[in-house]
Design a protein around this ligand. Structure first.
Ligand code: PMM
Length: 285
């Protein structure tokens, strides 16, 4: 069953929920709510990665997130820490986090591989090309799926050389990071291609700009939660290990629908090719 990673951004400027959970108490309360709504993991971040966002120092990042991680871990929640700073990852591991979610896949901080190896935590390596201020200028690909897989393979090689066990690595195509709208859809369409890397894959589509294209003009940010939940189902059907979402309740409901259908699927019908249910074959009264 695909895990739900609930987003808890403890930042004043994150692109979709910035500022709302900026105080420690409010962040803890929101983390508990996400857990109650069905999140398997709470992903705590202290530095916004939205396009153009300003950098914060690792010290400031830790001041924001470590008290939140400490308290949520004390209450028994499983936590992931959204950081590309090795010092922050180490501090979060000490505070009780189970997963390092590094959007740079180890590229932003050369010390990250060693910390991932030393802490033994699960390590998410996302496809990434540059920090927020430059990332939109680097969205050039031949075939985006082939190129992202090749770049992730290089990251896996570097991480394993640094001592990170392969069995601890999760990959992420990095939707919205140095990706144009069409690249995000192409990656979602061919998630199964990532199977060639032989590692679990997670997907973070939640509220991202490319989803605006399926909504009416002028739709508000929370309107992206419905397409996000649909993407969660598609990712789960493709076998994703986890989906990272802001609206945990919606994705929990959507994944419950999928689980109910899967439970009710007669064995012989499993693996029905999609072509057998093409809309063009439906008959109309
Ligand atoms: N996206 C954001 C932040 N962290 N982590 C992973 N693994 N995958 C993602 O796609 C991802 C991430 C940016 O979104 P936010 O500003 O809403 O947190």
């Amino acid at each position: 069953m695909t895990l739900i990673m609930g987003v808890l951004n403890v930042t004043p400027d994150s692109f979709s929920d910035g500022g709302r959970w900026a105080s420690t108490d409010a962040a803890i309360e929101h983390g508990l709510l996400l857990h109650a709504q069905g999140a398997d993991l709470i992903d705590v971040g202290g530095e916004s990665t939205r396009p153009g966002a300003a950098r914060v120092s690792p010290e400031q990042e830790q001041r924001r997130i470590i008290p939140v991680v400490t308290e949520l871990a004390r209450q028994g929640l499983r936590l992931s820490i959204d950081t590309f700073n090795s010092a922050t990852a180490r501090a979060a591991a000490t505070a009780g986090a189970s997963v390092i979610n590094d959007v740079s896949g180890g590229l932003a901080d050369p010390g990250m591989g060693a910390v991932a190896a030393e802490t033994g935590l699960t390590y998410v390596a996302m496809h990434w090309r540059a920090h927020a201020q430059q990332m939109d200028t680097l969205a050039d690909y031949g075939d985006v799926v082939t190129d992202v897989i090749a770049e992730l393979r290089t990251r896996v090689d570097a991480l394993t050389r640094a001592g990170v066990g392969r069995e601890r690595i999760v990959l992420d195509p990095g939707l919205g990071f140095s990706k144009k709208t069409e690249h995000n859809w192409q990656l979602l369409a061919r998630l199964d291609a990532f199977a060639e890397l032989g590692l679990p894959v997670m997907v973070g589509a939640s509220r991202k700009r490319f989803l605006a294209g399926v909504l009416p003009n002028g739709a508000a940010l929370p309107d992206r939660d419905l397409p996000t939940a649909v993407v969660s189902v598609l990712a789960a059907q493709a076998g994703a290990w986890a989906v990272r979402v802001h609206d945990v309740a919606a994705t929990r409901t959507a994944l419950n629908v999928l689980a109910s259908v899967q439970r009710s699927t007669p064995h012989r019908a499993q693996g029905l090719p999609h072509s057998a249910v093409r809309p063009s074959q439906w008959t109309h009264d």
